[in-house]
Design a protein around this ligand. Sequence first.
Ligand code: SDX
Length: 428
Amino acid sequence: MSDKAILEVNGEKHEFPLITGTENEVAIDVKALRGSTKGVITLDPGYKNTGSCESAITFLDGEKGILRYRGYSIEELAEKADFLEVAYLLIFGELPNQEQLDKFHADIKSHSIVDDDVKKILDAFPKAAHPMGVLSSLTSALTAFNPSSVNVDSEEDMYNAIVRILGKFPVLVAWTMRKKHGLPLEYGDDSLGYVENVLKMMFKSPNKDYEQNDILVNALDKLLILHADHEQNCSTSTVRITGSSHAGLFVSLSAGISALWGPLHGGANQAVLEMLEAIKEDGGDTKKYMAKAKDKSDPFRLMGFGHRVYKNFDPRAKIIKVAADEVLGDLGVEDPILDIAKGLEKEALEDPYFVDRKLYPNVDFYSGIIYRAMGIPVEMFTVMFALGRLPGWIAQWKEMRMRKEPIGRPRQLYTGETLRPFTSIENR
Ligand code: SDX
């Protein structure tokens, strides 16, 4: 196979190197394009055909429905690892041994206290505030309480920033939920595992002891693993481009949280449940919603379906669908919403509109059914997505900064007015 691409522009041929990745993906290196063609650029809204970086963290094959973190399959990790092991793997590149994992967890615990003044910021929010907006603000505010910006040239400094945010973020997650429900703000319990601690901070009632439920712990651990990274998705690209200006880690994460909030991205898990509830209220009339999803004059989309990269089943959706049956069974929860979801999936997978466009269930289609069975309120679903995605965002930010990548600043094609003289207001 040739190692170069040839582009002819206005009769002139230009050669560009081809770069091949470790999974035999091929990219045209166009770094020299504008210079060699005297100003010609590429145009690719939504970056559907454009790579923003080389990365060694996560590999996706959208046609084959493959997802791997640092070379390990998502199926094996979801089955055999726990969330903190996967966080370590994504951030540092290797699965930890027991000693490394224990130290990682101990260092995270040592930073799991959030400055009490952060509560004053939280108190300023109305109860009706969406938790994603609160979480993004509090994460950004952490910079004020932890001013040491990350000196990326120091491994120690980088490590300290990472364990600090991994320690404090779960507290902020729990506080956003408890604030909404008018509950006192709990701190964690250092005697617990990472995920056990999250659940206790979220659910401990002030007037009784908290009893761990292993079904909930295992379900949340698996969901967090499945959400932990996903290469250059919208929110991760936001974290990378924000960090490329050398903005700090916490504010870059805050930007990522805001991007994730959108219903076309992480906000879809909440939108899926609201859609399924609406179908249930409508007497389970899935055909009406299928028709709406196909009607170009109707902005409605079948939430939880479709994906920019996966043109086959999202491997995470497959795992979550099985887990949904297991968790609801273990908890003894009968949820008609699950049956509606399965019915909708069956219809969509047989409908030419969805088949022709290769629209399959994605990670968000079934996850909310498990969160709801666990007692997590629907407005917290995307916050749980952010908790899972945190190590992936950290890993991607660290990779970008350690490689000293340039500031992200795309070009554009100007299609506005050409030069025209100013006219005074009397003459307009
Ligand atoms: C996540 O990128 C990631 O990796 C994201 C994520 C991660 O882990 O970070 O995987 C998490 O964000 C999953 C996606 C969650 N979003 C949803 O479930 C919202 C519903 N899905 C869509 O809005 C859509 O599928 C996107 C946003 C996910 C992908 O959109 P694309 O790649 O820009 O595709 P498109 O909008 O160009 O759609 C192609 C065609 C269009 O029809 P035509 O113009 O060809 O006739 O498919 C149609 C779209 O109208 N289409 C849908 C649809 N999704 C696409 N029609 C109905 N319902 C849908 N859900």
